[in-house]
Design a protein around this ligand. Structure first.
Ligand code: SF4
Length: 93
């Protein structure tokens, strides 16, 4: 009895496992995403300014207390709060 109930509860949890965007993913390369803004090559990306991260981007959807979140232009994968990409836009406020 418990076995079937436990199985039914576990399956949706597994289906919701987070997939993190990697720097090497094609969609990451397209937006020049770095999973750690501290590694942004400022010579290559002069638009980048220290302090810019996904967390401070208007396209970032933060989950309270999480180190990762959703991005409005990345579908099906999460991004690092400390990440950055060339589409960064200052979060209002
Ligand atoms: Fe991060 Fe914003 Fe780029 Fe999305 S658009 S990857 S939240 S910097």
């Amino acid at each position: 009895m418990l076995g079937l109930g436990a199985l039914l509860l576990v399956e949706p949890v597994l289906a919701q496992q987070e997939v993190l965007l990697k720097d090497s993913d094609s969609e990451a390369i397209a937006i020049e995403y770095r999973s750690d803004a501290a590694t942004v090559d400022t010579a290559k990306f002069p638009k980048y300014a220290k302090g810019q991260t996904c967390r401070s981007c208007s396209l970032y959807v933060e989950e309270k207390g999480a180190s990762t979140g959703a991005c409005g232009i990345v579908f099906g994968k999460s991004v690092e709060a400390k990440g950055w990409c060339s589409a960064w836009e200052k979060k209002p406020g």
